[in-house]
Design a protein around this ligand. Sequence first.
Ligand SMILES: *Cc1c(COP(=O)(O)O)cnc(C)c1O
Length: 496
Amino acid sequence: MTELFYRSSRNPYDRLTASQAILKGIADDGGLYVPETIPKLSFDWETMTTWTYQDLALPILSAFLSDYSEEELKECIQAAYDAKFDDERIAPIVEVGQEYFLELFHGNTIAFKDMALSILPYLMTKAAKKNHIDKEILILTATSGDTGKAAMAGFANVPKTNIIVFYPKDGVSMIQERQMITQEGDNTFVYSIKGNFDDAQTKVKQLFLDQDLVAELSEKGYQFSSANSINIGRLVPQIVYYFYAYLQLLKRKNIKVGDSINVTVPTGNFGNILAAYYAKQMGLPINKLICASNKNNVLVDFFNEGTYDRRRDFFVTSSPSMDILVSSNLERLLYDISGQDTATTKNLMASLSTQGVYNITDAMKTKLSDFVAGQADEEETAKEIARLFDSYDYLIDPHTAVASAVYHKYQAETGDTTPTVIVSTASPYKFPSSIVRAIDSVHQEKTDDVDAIITINELSKIDIPQAVKTALTAPIRHQKTVTIEEMRSVVVDTLS
Ligand SMILES: *Cc1c(COP(=O)(O)O)cnc(C)c1O
């Protein structure tokens, strides 16, 4: 296997191995580590239909994380994808009407972040060992709700690691908040902030690059890393389930070898759909990558017009994990469509940070033809939840509903009959009030999440996930709110 290196999307001379890139998280110049090439694997699809999720993860992770031994990766995979998941397929496909839902919420925290964050702590501790790091790792994470909990669950009590999470006080669901503030583990710390997710994410990126802070922490024996999807160790494990979806469709004889599929992805920070884009480049027959947004539609305008403009109103919606105006991982796509041009990528990102906007060239635009983008507003999202529940007894969460609604509009406009996988990113129980408002005309005014959970259970007969029961009953361990300006001193004080 040839060694695959990662470079900063803004500087071709900042080059690291996979394990170094995982430890580092973000490059010193603010760039994101990108693989220098996308490995192309040859696949014997028929044989692979008998593979488990774990079997499939090995060759894909090996290709991208080439400085890990096969033995090391096997250990990481076995430890990550075990009985924590309540479905042994890990990422099951469910056929509903004409579409296929890829359910990515069967892990610890019932959102798709578990798919990568179950394995990241193992990849990171192995990386620390390989690179002879004697310091403790300090994970700093901004979350729109799901990453924070999944990252803490992954890192809790992992030796020589600490994790600090910041979430927007009024930007997450009650269950999401309860999941975070009840987190156990002496090495986990959670703060709500006065601001939105973009404020938190921007500040966290600044702290990573704050050389005085880095030096101060280093003296205390800590070094930063990131569990956000800017970390390549988050992105690579997400490629696996796109292949696994294809194999399940083959196995079920929904498609034949070589047939193309579409994937529709509810998108926020652009990590999940970027993994699908990488899967396509590796040789997975994907026709269209359908990028679904809620009312925060900055990506829709980008794909349709070639202009990324974050100077717009920010909306809090029923799909909070997609309430994002600055989609970090888009930088990796820009790097790719500019012909791996780090100078262009750097200039575009500088323009975004100083002017709040950038325009891509026509040549770059033509390379976006794999993508389609659409949006669904709050009413369309609720209607989609109700439609699937009424017609098929299938309950989806608001993020998944955005994707499903966007797909149906796309299908109606184009008549595209390609078999389509809709990526289902969270359990409906994570956003209970929105679900009750969508499916229950009697309890429209019910906003109490606990009542809503009981109503959903009565109406749908779906078991209440253990993660929800725990979140509601476990003692609260974290409850401090801080301002954006205070985040820096909070990091220092937390570790003292
Ligand atoms: C994080 C998240 C998303 C958005 O995924 P990105 O990789 O950030 O685009 C969508 N749905 C849910 C439930 C999420 O937690």
